[in-house]
Design a protein around this ligand. Structure first.
Ligand SMILES: NC(=O)c1ccc[n+]([C@@H]2O[C@H](COP(=O)([O-])OP(=O)(O)OC[C@H]3O[C@@H](n4cnc5c(N)ncnc54)[C@H](O)[C@@H]3O)[C@@H](O)[C@H]2O)c1
Length: 248
């Protein structure tokens, strides 16, 4: 039973093969949205399963750090879905390459900034012109509670703080055109990204979460779905934590 009816909307989700992106794709399909899904990884299994919700789905290879990949992904997705625009963009794809700053290599810095921050420009640039023509759009950027600063994440925190500045600026520029732009900041969510965190550090983070549990990707996806809906029509430029109360 859909809660936020997105029937007939076209939603683009990056990093849809795993974790929060996958949960978001599933949730948006349940809400009736047609989907353009992109990832470096293969999406064919997810694509097939989502068609059971009666929506159109196209899944294509995408590298969000590369402008021309985003450009050709967008063009191919529109053509395969036989639509003229994307109504909803979820900029979700992201990576971490954690290291104390003194040990951080240029590659660790560069990779994270390119995937987590350049991606915002690369993909958003594709969708905004048609959203402007249609005077309606929803953009949700996945940042992180780490934007506030976190030991071992100078690269990731810088990128995710950049996402917040990007979100707030775009929100102001696009508000009068019916386009909302918001950021979600997950805390510690059970996905392949966090499963790679050493047990000792997981325990330490868990002890600092007031809810005393790790979050599920579906708990982030539901906030994203809300922000994509008409129910969130007067919310823009906001940064919404999904953290179980965790403050770094
Ligand atoms: N899991 C958490 O606790 C947590 C907390 C805060 C923020 N986040 C953010 O949530 C988002 C999703 O993370 P997740 O935990 O689901 O991670 P994940 O590793 O499970 O999924 C990330 C997906 O992005 C894809 N991806 C990576 N680089 C890409 C690229 N260049 N182009 C296209 N796709 C690419 C991966 O293949 C993968 O499918 C990220 O932006 C992450 O920074 C996660």
């Amino acid at each position: 039973m859909p809660r936020y009816d997105l029937t007939g909307k076209v939603a683009l989700v990056t990093g849809a093969a795993s974790g929060i992106g996958k949960a978001t794709a599933i949730r948006l399909a349940k809400e009736g949205a047609n989907l353009a899904l992109g990832d470096l990884k293969d999406l064919s299994e997810l694509c097939d399963s989502l068609k059971n919700y009666g929506v159109k789905v196209v899944a294509l290879k995408l590298d969000v750090s590369d402008y021309s990949s985003c450009e050709s992904f967008y063009k191919s997705a529109l053509s395969e879905l036989c639509v003229e625009r994307v109504d909803i963009l979820v900029n979700n794809a992201g990576i971490n390459r954690d290291s104390l700053f003194v040990k951080m290599s240029f590659e660790q810095w560069d990779d994270v900034i390119k995937v987590d921050l350049y991606s915002m420009f690369n993909m958003t640039k594709q969708v905004v012109p048609k959203m402007l023509e249609n005077s309606w759009g929803r953009i949700v950027n996945v940042s992180s509670i780490s934007w506030l600063g976190n030991i071992g994440q100078a690269n990731y925190s810088a990128a995710k703080a950049g996402v917040i500045g990007f979100t707030k600026t775009l929100a102001r520029e696009l508000a009068k055109h019916g386009i909302t732009v918001n950021a979600v900041c997950p805390g510690f969510i059970d996905t392949p990204m966090t499963r790679a965190v050493p047990e000792k550090i997981r325990e330490m983070i868990l002890s600092r979460i007031p809810m005393k549990r790790i979050g599920n990707p579906e708990e982030v996806a539901s906030v994203i779905a809300f922000l994509c809906s008409d129910d969130a029509s007067y919310i823009t430029g906001e940064v919404i934590g999904v953290t179980g109360g965790l403050v770094l």
